[in-house]
Design a protein around this ligand. Structure first.
Ligand code: PLP
Length: 425
């Protein structure tokens, strides 16, 4: 299978995401006329001559854009399914380049390792995804990299305060943002943070790189690169794959920022394999459809819960207070509220468990973004390792439940929640 040579034969990047997700970057003429891209499982690729082999290696290791324009070498470096998937992920994120990984954490760890060195510091929004927190405060701290939390991602003063502390340790090489955060739905202002980074560049040798974990909304509802982020990281395991049957991660950004991370991915061996790449290409085709349905379902369920007498509160982005700073940034930065949110019922763990055990349609599981609706008791599952006082700070109480709304019929989902809430006296 050759790479497409006729740029006019595949759809252009100016089309709607719904169209790009189906066909962008693939030309059937490169694969026997097959309407769908084949799975190429080969671990290695043959050269027509010794000189061609040398040229391929030169292009990969010394070329401006590794993997993209050179023929294939070995599947850990790149393979046909991976390069097609990366083209599609890049166009959906509005990015110049993309690198796909074996999981979201593989993308996060490679990004951090490529952009941080001993003596550097990182500032980050809070709360962080558990794996990211574990990486920063475990292995990366062990390498002499200092992480400092930003108390409020909407306040420049708060960002400056974290930077002040971090700079006592060493230059700030990375600002890592998770917005909206899990499970608080806390919003960070990416544009404000990018301006802060510009300012910081005048006081230290290099401008910090800004990475945004966009897993909670995904590329269809938020495009961090358009708001000043240098790198956008997404766990494809969630909305993009969307069927809770694979793990994957993605990094998008400029060639200059993504390139070193991709080179490190080759050394770490955390690329995405051919079969998973193919499954993801298949998943992406229905991503806009699934996303639209799940978001509409989530809006209906959030409204049902807000009005229910046994529900204490609902943390849904669609309910942000008019006139609040979070709402202003949300309106500017996000294209919708997504389909994962938290709510608290009246009572404590016993009431929460009684309700959970009565559910029939919702499945009790962690993770999010699948076709099926999921629910979990955050304090005893996703936030099990988080100390109680920090759980309280981030709003995870004994009665907090997180739901990821799927694409089932909304009436069935609401009826299921209604009958389960009846279990609470
Ligand atoms: C799930 C998740 C990750 C990690 O992704 P994996 O594919 O599980 O490695 C990172 N960040 C956020 C916000 C997530 O929800």
């Amino acid at each position: 299978m050759k790479r497409p040579e006729r740029p006019g034969s595949a759809p252009g990047s100016d089309l709607h995401p719904d169209t790009l997700a189906v066909g962008f970057g693939y030309d059937p003429e490169t694969a026997y006329g097959a309407v769908k891209p084949p799975i190429v499982l080969s671990s290695t690729f043959a050269y027509p001559s010794a000189a061609a082999a040398k040229a391929v290696h030169e292009a990969y290791f010394d070329g401006p854009s590794p993997e993209r324009d050179a023929p294939y070498i070995y599947a850990r470096l790149d393979h046909p399914g991976l390069s097609l998937l990366q083209k599609r992920l890049a166009v959906l994120d509005g990015a110049e380049d993309a690198a796909a990984f074996a999981s979201g954490m593989a993308a996060i760890s490679a990004t951090m390792l490529a952009h941080l060195k001993p003596g550097d510091s990182v500032i980050h929004t809070t709360p962080l995804y558990g794996g990211t927190h574990g990486l920063l405060y475990g292995p990366l701290a062990g390498l002499g990299i200092k992480a400092v939390p930003i108390a409020d991602g909407l306040s420049e003063e708060s960002v400056a305060k974290a930077a002040e502390v971090a700079r006592q340790h060493g230059p700030i090489a990375l600002i890592h943002v998770e917005s909206p955060a899990n499970p608080t739905a806390g919003i960070a202002d990416i544009e404000m943070i990018a301006e802060f980074a510009d300012e910081l560049a005048r006081r230290q040798e290099k401008r910090p790189v800004i990475s945004v974990d966009n897993t909670f909304l995904g590329s269809l509802l938020q495009q961090p690169l358009k708001h000043g982020a240098d790198l956008c990281i997404t766990s494809l395991t969630k909305y993009a794959a969307g069927h809770s049957d694979l793990l994957g991660g993605c990094l998008t950004g400029s060639l200059e920022r993504v390139g070193p991370v991709r080179m490190l991915r080759t050394l770490l061996g955390t690329h995405m394999d051919p079969f998973t790449s193919w499954l993801l290409l298949r998943s992406l085709e229905t991503y806009p459809l699934r996303n639209g349905r799940a978001n509409a379902n989530a809006g209906a369920i959030a409204a049902f819960l807000r009005d229910h007498p046994k529900v204490e509160s609902v943390t849904y982005l669609g309910f942000l207070d008019e006139g609040s700073p979070a709402k202003a940034v949300y309106d500017r930065q996000c294209g919708g509220a997504g389909s994962t949110f938290s709510f608290s019922i009246k009572g404590g763990e016993a009431e929460a468990f009684a309700m959970l055990d009565r559910l029939k349609v919702f499945r009790m599981a962690v993770s999010l973004g699948g076709t099926e609706s999921l629910i979990c008791h955050s304090a005893s599952t996703t936030h099990y390792l988080v100390p109680a006082e920090i759980r309280r700070e981030v709003g995870v109480t004994d009665s907090s439940l997180r739901i990821s709304v799927g694409i089932e019929h909304p009436d069935d989902l609401i009826a299921d929640l209604a009958q389960a809430l009846d279990a609470i006296r």
